[in-house]
Ligand binder design. Sequence first.
Ligand code: GTP
Ligand code: MG
Length: 369
Amino acid sequence: PETITIQELSNRMAERGVDVIKLLMKQGQMLKINDTIDADMAQLIAEELGHTVKRVAESDVEEGLFRIGDEDGDLVSRPPVVTIMGHVDHGKTSLLDAIRSTKVAAGEAGGITQHIGAYQVESKGQKITFIDTPGHEAFTAMRSRGAKATDIVILVVAADDGVMPTTVEAINHTRAAGVPIIVAINKIDKPDADPQRVRTALLQHEIVVESMGGDTLEVEVSAKQRLNLDKLLEAVLLQSEVLELKANPTRPAEGTVIEGKLDKGRGPVATVLVQRGTLKVGDILVAGGAWGRVRALLTESGDAVRDAGPSTPVEVLGFQETPEAGDRFAVVENEARAREVADYRLRVKREKAQARGSAARGSLAEMMS
Ligand code: GTP
Ligand code: MG
């Protein structure tokens, strides 16, 4: 059931909390400012104080925001979204660098990826969207989000180090998301590389690669020596063919925020992955409690584009606040609707935080008594 704290109810009515508490007392309820009451009681109190009540259920506000499926239009094939996962330092960023012919890993602080990067490459005339994730143990939530927004996971395992804790964690996230895995056994250039040991260790986690009679695609690679990168891309295209990935590009865009940051000059900047529809300059969108009108769309190389279709990662300028990584975004019909959704979500978030706060105080009081 929906509840509200007395504090929040008072705030929304611009009434004093003590007046609300007095009225509740008349109803036989002895409550304090941080206690919660249900929606019916809140309505009663509000009307008692001469306010008109408009109850907005979550389902009303959120309704129609995310239209599941693309049933409303023509489907065309879209590029696969491929997330690179694996243990820290196993060479995820290096592998992507090798594929893209860039040097992102070399520029990272301590050689450790601390955010999610999204890139698009073209192989044999086909686009592939790659998402890099951090392997450091601190970034579990990011990996979980990465596994959810993807079609395929490339599990990078260093041949000299073998299956490690984050490798296993990545397998579990991927399995939970129901996403197929391609195993990339990296660093095979190293003298102490033992790819066979990797294959055997994966068996314990119910991943049976092709060379052991299973159906999980595997490729031995070296990011450093650029070995077998074409084979890896072939495996990705093969796997994505099986998945028959399609989307309707003509509907309003929906997707996931990959990264959000506040840029000194440009204001809030979000890297988003468009998953359905096409995002256009001028569109109004909401992501979590943030909303905005798209002022500019930039590709990873900084080129301004007019629009971004399904499976495209793109930088969005024009948010009023900075959205959070992992937030879903959707294009809405107008600014009023965007504000309504954003305000509603912020309120829910605040109330949840308050409820957690008073629950914590409650349990502390119990402990002390
Ligand atoms: P996190 O993002 O921190 O999880 O690390 P990562 O998996 O992205 O690893 P990164 O690409 O930063 O590489 C870690 C180290 O391994 C770097 O020193 C790379 O130069 C090295 N490395 C990556 N690939 C190879 C390879 O194929 N062969 C050898 N010899 N070294 C490699
Ligand atoms: Mg990295």
